[in-house]
Ligand binder design. Structure first.
Ligand SMILES: Nc1ncnc2c1ncn2[C@@H]1O[C@H](COP(=O)(O)OP(=O)(O)OP(=O)(O)O)[C@@H](O)[C@H]1O
Length: 911
């Protein structure tokens, strides 16, 4: 069957020490031939067979390496092929070469070529036994058969009772080795899979259908058969063939890349087959490839492809290594000792002394020790520096943020503090705003604030009392500052009046601390409020209204500093908003995945809400961008050249960053779009999409996809991140749809098959029922005849039974006559005449008795026949009843009641 691949693998491990192969000798030299052309290899093989069977011992380094064992097995021409006049196109030329009949210059050499008369046992001995033996020594092994359909894969791997295949032979061998050496602790596992239509099934476990392939070094396996694309293959078979050929194409690519030796990327993941074979082809186990071929001329091309494939595979180098058993206990021990060692090392590092265990303190050892110590110190030092750098970076960022906020709010503060004599104070982050920072860093920042932020406006430091008072008010942090600002600038939303009052009257009250928001969200909320306020008034207008003192002086350094800070602040706000958009987008993606699985209205509502929020935030981002641009434009003429260049440099840096980020995103998106396109076209090809989408559930999904697409369009120009996430969600949807389609197709096929089977059973049952009816009729006729005969016989028997009475009466009358005769004798008849008469009558009597016995026997025989007929009749009736039960079942399952009742009535009529 075209759909079938055969496959087989085993995974065995033991705890023996590492060693390598025994069978590599004969392949070592062959691998040198790998890069030669087929024709040249043929010449070599023909003239120098020893080339392939070099007896010279391999050099030590080569001992570790071996090649995939590649053998070719010919099957004989089948009787049908002979009848069709097929000719031999390829033949085994000796033990290692396959040659073309039509073009003798084309030939390929392999480790071994088996002719059509070779037994599977022999194939096993040459091509498989070393893999099995290796497995018993702990070396992973894979044996796989490869060939076009009907080339003999199943015959080779499975075989039958008369000629068992490689699988039963391998299992038998493995178990006999285990029995012989029961003390060896072996972990054994045999896996046997079949790959069909991209689906991998476990042939040793009926429950293991449609297996998913997981990455695992202990690897899975598949076997493959290349499929012919001849015109007669249609429908599912053609598709199946296409899958197989795609897999084989990938396998071919993988193999040629492996043998090239230059490629860094091997495309194992391009097909299931290669993913399954990955660990075998690239791993450290033995691999034996048995290519099955047919000599028939009708398959010349396919056979040629198989031969080329096998020839390439011969060049793959593998490096077999033994596995070690690690049971749970030894694993725990191993980890425990590792942990102990690590702890010790840590202790030593803490002490600053690295003592190398088991090191005798000699001259050289002391140098080594010193060296290690120095290395350790350098490492520690560099780690410390890294830490310091990270701390400094964080600190400067926080300071900058603080500065930005402070400078940008000077206008409001100035109006608030203008009536107040004495030094002005900057606001800073409060404890709560810093709660999300690591403890130590928070301390550092606060200390820093103590030094930097409490500076009098005129440059003198504040007195300690003022500082302690101010510390209290600092607890309120940014949140209170914003509340105050709302009131002062009359810019806050009316809905927050209560907090405005609270904040204004008691800026450092505990109520403000008890606001149940986490510091981070408060921070962003504060900044957002600021952004909203900024959005309501242009920076220029705000500048006019809020900064009469500091910002009115055109061209003063403070003015330009404020402008730069203002822009930076806007950018920080934009960043925060972008982060939130990203968060929302990821939540949206999660929800859309959930909706795909479980399309609830609530989820859709949440999704809509999220989309709304994202849209709003994107609008805010756009407005911020506009503000930034406006601010920059409005302040350009206020700045001197150096300040302008500062701004430009900063702008350029940010633009460059954004550009880089966008390029990366665009590249990722491009890749995803390409893969999506491919998946979509595959899905459309393989299934009628309309049919599937008519399903309400799937329609819902498609709706969610289209909604997703809508949103993506809206946001694309603003945030590319959204697009990426939506594309991912869409990919997931499409994947799921494809899976669903595949399932539906499978179910449909199964149902069709079941229907067909039921129809066949139904017609068979009908046939059986009518045959039984005919037989029953014949039997009843026979029974009727027998009963008639029986009756006749009974009459005869009765008649016969009555006969002795007559005889006796006859005898009696004769006796009477005899008595009268005796009397007459007495009167003159002779004695001899009387004797004669007596003998004759005795003879007659005997004849009658024997006739009587015969009749008795015949009667008994007839009675036995009647019994038998009755039994047969009962049996047939029983059979008929079963038949009716079966017909009734079929009728129920198929709804062919009318047919069956018609035929039943016909039968009844016949009877
Ligand atoms: N070496 C052989 N000797 C005798 N008969 C063989 C040999 N190899 C294969 N055959 C016969 O050829 C036919 C096809 O073989 P088989 O079913 O093993 O092919 P296959 O490659 O497994 O095909 P498919 O891929 O369709 O499953 C079977 O009837 C099998 O008995």
């Amino acid at each position: 069957m075209a759909s079938k691949y055969g496959s087989k693998t085993r995974k065995l491990a033991n705890s023996a020490s590492t060693s390598t192969t025994t069978s590599s000798k004969k392949f070592l030299k062959t691998s040198a031939d790998c890069q030669t052309s087929p024709a040249s290899s043929s010449v070599k093989s023909k003239n120098h067979h020893q080339y392939f069977y070099s007896e010279s011992p391999p050099v030590e380094t080569e001992k570790l390496k071996e090649n995939v064992t590649v053998t070719v097995r010919f099957r004989p021409l089948s009787p049908k092929e002979i009848r069709q006049g097929e000719e031999i196109a390829w033949y085994a030329d000796g033990e290692t070469v396959v040659r073309s009949e039509h073009n003798p210059s084309i030939a390929y050499a392999y480790d071994r070529v088996f002719g059509p008369t070779t037994t599977t046992r022999h194939v096993y001995d040459v091509a498989a036994q070393h893999v099995v033996n290796g497995a018993m020594e702990g070396i992973n092994g894979t044996i796989f058969a490869y060939g076009v359909t009907s080339s003999g894969k199943t015959h080779t791997m499975h075989g039958d009772q008369r000629s068992p295949g490689i699988i039963p032979l391998a299992v038998k061998d493995a178990f006999s080795i285990i029995q012989e050496v029961p003390s060896i602790p072996l972990c054994k596992e045999l896996q046997y899979y079949i790959g069909c239509l991209k689906v991998v099934n476990d042939l040793l476990n009926p429950a293991g259908q449609n297996l998913r392939i997981r990455e695992d070094h202990q690897h899975l396996i598949d076997l493959a058969g290349s499929e012919s694309s001849k015109a007669e293959t249609t429908g599912v078979r053609r598709k199946e063939g296409a899958y197989i050929n795609k897999s084989l194409l990938t396998l071919g690519t993988v193999i040629s890349k492996l043998t090239e030796g230059r490629s860094t990327h091997i495309p194992y993941r391009d097909s299931k087959l290669t993913r399954l074979l990955q660990s075998s082809l690239s791993g450290h186990g033995r691999v034996s490839l048995i290519c099955t071929v047919t000599p028939a001329s009708s398959n010349t091309e396919e056979t040629h492809n198989t031969l080329k494939f096998a020839h390439r595979a011969k060049c793959i180098e593998i490096q077999a290594a033994q596995n070690k058993i690690i049971d749970e206990k030894s694993l725990i021990k191993k980890y425990q000792s590792e942990i102990r060692l690590l702890k010790e090392e840590l202790e030593q590092l803490k002490k600053g002394i690295l003592i190398v265990p088991q090191l005798k303190v000699g001259g050289e050892d002391i140098v080594l020790l010193k060296q290690k110590l120095e290395d350790g110190q350098v490492k520690l030092q560099s780690r410390l520096e890294e830490e310091e750098e990270a701390k400094a970076a964080l600190l400067s960022r926080i300071q900058r943020l603080t500065k930005l906020i402070l400078v940008s709010t000077k206008s409001s503060q100035s109006s608030r503090f203008s009536h107040r004599p004495g030094p002005r104070r900057r606001h800073s982050f409060g404890e709560e705003e810093l709660a999300y920072l690591p403890h130590k860093r928070r301390d550092l920042i606060l200390d820093d604030e103590n030094i930097d932020l409490y500076i009098a406006h005129d440059g003198t430091a504040e007195n300690p009392d003022d500082i302690s008072k101010e510390k209290k008010s600092r607890k309120n942090g940014l949140l209170n500052w914003l509340k105050i600002r709302k009131k002062d600038g009359s810019l806050g939303a009316g809905s927050d009046k209560s907090s405005v009052v609270k904040s204004n009257s008691t800026p450092s009250t505990p109520q403000a601390d008890s606001v149940n928001l986490n510091a981070e969200s408060r921070l962003s909320q504060s900044l957002l409020t600021e952004r909203t306020n900024s959005a309501e008034l242009s920076p220029v207008a705000r500048h006019d209204r809020e900064t009469p003192e500091d910002f009115s002086g055109q061209g003063t350094p403070l003015t330009s500093t404020k402008s730069i800070d203002q822009i930076d602040l806007l950018r920080e706000q934009k960043k925060i908003l972008s982060g939130e958009v990203a968060l929302h987008s990821s939540a949206l993606k999660r929800l859309s995945e959930e909706a795909a699985k479980n399309p609830k209205e609530q989820i859709h509502m949440e999704m809509r809400k999220l989309r709304e929020e994202i849209r709003a935030k994107n609008e805010q981002i756009a407005s911020l961008e506009k503000q930034i641009a406006d601010t920059v434009a409005a302040n350009y003429d206020k700045m001197d050249n150096s300040e302008m260049s500062q701004v430009k440099i900063a702008d350029n840096r940010i633009i460059q960053e954004q550009l880089d980020q966008k390029i990366g995103e665009v590249e990722t998106l491009q890749g995803e779009i390409n893969s999506l396109k491919q998946q979509l076209s595959e899905a459309l090809e393989s299934r009628n999409v309309n049919q599937t989408f008519s399903n309400p559930q799937q329609h819902g999904r498609m709706q969610s996809i289209s909604e997703g697409v809508e949103m993506k369009k809206e946001n694309r120009s603003l945030v590319n991140t959204n697009e990426k996430l939506l594309l991912r969600a869409q990919t997931t949807e499409i994947e799921e749809l494809k899976q669903k389609l595949a399932e539906l197709t499978e179910t449909k096929d199964q149902l069709e098959q079941r229907n067909k089977k039921l129809a066949e059973e139904s017609s068979y049952a009908k046939g059986l029922a009518s045959a039984a009816a005919v037989e029953l009729k014949a039997l009843s006729e026979e029974v009727f005849k027998l009963m008639n005969e029986n009756e006749k016989l009974s009459t005869e028997i009765t008649a016969l039974k009555n006969a002795p009475t007559q005889r006796r009466s006859v005898v009696a009358s004769r006796n009477g006559r005899r008595e009268s005769q005796v009397k007459r004798q007495d009167q003159g008849l002779s004695t001899s005449e009387l004797k004669k008469e007596l003998v004759v009558s005795k003879e007659r009597e005997l004849a009658y008795e024997s006739a009587l016995q015969e009749r008795d026997q015949r009667e008994a025989e007839l009675q036995r026949k009647v019994e038998e007929s009755k039994q047969r009749e009962a049996y047939l009736e029983n059979e008929l009843a079963n038949m009716w039960v079966l017909v009734a079942k079929l009728k129920k399952s198929q709804g062919v009641e009318s047919d069956i009742s018609d035929s039943a009535s016909q039968r009844t009529d016949n009877w």
